[in-house]
Ligand binder design. Structure first.
Ligand SMILES: [Zn+2]
Length: 242
């Protein structure tokens, strides 16, 4: 049973193309997935920034309400102070007014703090919205590009598979099952050219006996890595090998 190096070379070339096509077929959708993740992540960022702004605004509103209530209370106390009947009452009202004014001073600081934070949240919202628009646009571009690419790649794949079938038809029938087992398990890696006098798959030096079998176009497998070996172009005829 003979297997020509030419047929094996051609088969290896086709398997290499198949591997490459399959890689590219996976790469596109992976890029789209990454783009979708970026959109989802940014949507969450935006929602979190909006939540934080809402929470801070509520806090500021509540504090402003308390401030106004206490201001009204102070006005009321001030009126009572003017109508105080005794020194004790006067002093008590004065103390109460001082305490309420101090509490309001603290509140005013807190309100200022919340308004500053609100500004920061608004900026974060603005940034997240800009980022979201950008990642959405990038995703759209990736989806368009990948959809186009995939159509071409599927056409190429069909063409290469037909080429493979045609090339495989040149294999001796009693060798087919061994070849199929090999490429099913290892794909492109199941075949290796002889480089110098070494296996191109694992660099193991090949014996003279193996080299002779190759020159006789016998099917030969590397004893070390199990690759099916073939001679490179211009390497077929003994004596011409160097
Ligand atoms: Zn090997």
């Amino acid at each position: 049973m003979n297997v020509s190096a030419e047929v094996l070379r051609e088969l290896h070339r086709i398997h290499h193309q198949l591997t490459d096509l399959k890689d590219r077929l996976q790469k596109g959708p992976a890029q789209v997935r990454i783009g979708r993740q970026a959109v989802e992540h940014t949507e969450k960022e935006l929602a979190a920034a909006k939540d934080a702004a809402k929470h801070t605004r509520m806090e500021a509103d509540e504090k402003q309400l308390s401030l106004r209530e206490r201001e009204a209370k102070i006005v009321n106390l001030q009126r009572k102070l003017n109508e105080a009947q005794s020194n004790t009452e006067f002093k008590a009202l004065q103390d109460q007014i001082a305490a309420d004014k101090a509490a309001n001073a603290v509140l005013e600081d807190e309100i200022l703090d919340r308004l500053e934070r609100l500004d920061e949240h608004q900026k974060a919202i603005h940034d997240a919205e800009a980022k979201l628009a950008r990642v959405r646009e990038e995703l759209q571009k990736a989806e368009d590009r990948v959809a186009k690419e995939q159509a071409t790649l599927h056409d190429d794949l069909a063409r290469i598979k037909a080429e493979l079938k045609h090339a495989e038809a040149a294999l001796p029938p009693d060798f087919r099952s061994e070849y199929e087992r090999l490429v099913k398990a290892h794909g492109e890696q199941g075949l290796a050219p002889v480089e110098g006098e070494s296996c191109g798959g694992c660099n193991t030096m090949l014996t003279t006996q193996i080299m002779n079998q190759l020159y006789l176009s016998k099917p030969v497998f590397c004893k070390s890595c199990g690759c099916m070996l073939y001679l490179s172009e211009g390497h077929e005829v003994p004596g011409k090998k160097r």
